[in-house]
Ligand binder design. Sequence first.
Ligand SMILES: CC(C)(COP(=O)(O)OP(=O)(O)OC[C@H]1O[C@@H](n2cnc3c(N)ncnc32)[C@H](O)[C@@H]1OP(=O)(O)O)[C@@H](O)C(=O)NCCC(=O)NCCS
Length: 179
Amino acid sequence: MSFWKNFFKQTSIFAAKKELGEVNLIEKVLLVKHFENKGKIINVYLSLNSHINLYDLEKLCDSVGWIRRPLKKVKIAIDNSFLTVSIFYEYNKQKYLIGFARATSDTSFNATIWDVVIHPDFQGKGLGKILMHQIIKYLRYSDISTITLFADPQVVSFYKQLGFVTDPDGVKGMFWYPL
Ligand SMILES: CC(C)(COP(=O)(O)OP(=O)(O)OC[C@H]1O[C@@H](n2cnc3c(N)ncnc32)[C@H](O)[C@@H]1OP(=O)(O)O)[C@@H](O)C(=O)NCCC(=O)NCCS
């Protein structure tokens, strides 16, 4: 990634965090929820830090049955994303990655959200919604007005609840794959 591209990205995300006044800037994380497990409180955090442990991410993607991708390519995709959001909890001083999503962008008009995932053990607790709301918030702060994504058929209604629409004005998403 070029210096200026990276600089712009870091500056705008930092400004968003500061402006929103919600993120603990020292820890670079936002406390989003807590659960009780066997009498212990488990704090769940959201982070914009793009230094993701690729093995943890692979494990998370495995947990929802996604096809494995070469880690080298996943790293390139993350490095070239505009925004990376992860959700984790801490237990016995260990961090556990339980949610992830990222967005690519032209940094002006458009952004596309990819790889939205919450670990099955933590689904249905509102974390997917929090993850998506935060991504939208940060993208809107960067003055990006068109946010797109590709929804698997079984999650179309999850995204509809968040305000996403299918085929706006009849516009169709189209794909090209090598034969
Ligand atoms: C889709 C996913 C990210 C949702 O995360 P989650 O943490 O379970 O969702 P939440 O608990 O925040 O649910 C928010 C709302 O969406 C609804 N919802 C959650 N999953 C849904 C689904 N698959 N289909 C329809 N609605 C869904 C919930 O009922 C909830 O509604 P409510 O606000 O009226 O109670 C998660 O189920 C997941 O990781 N699935 C596997 C990976 C995947 O399919 N990713 C999307 C690829 S396009």
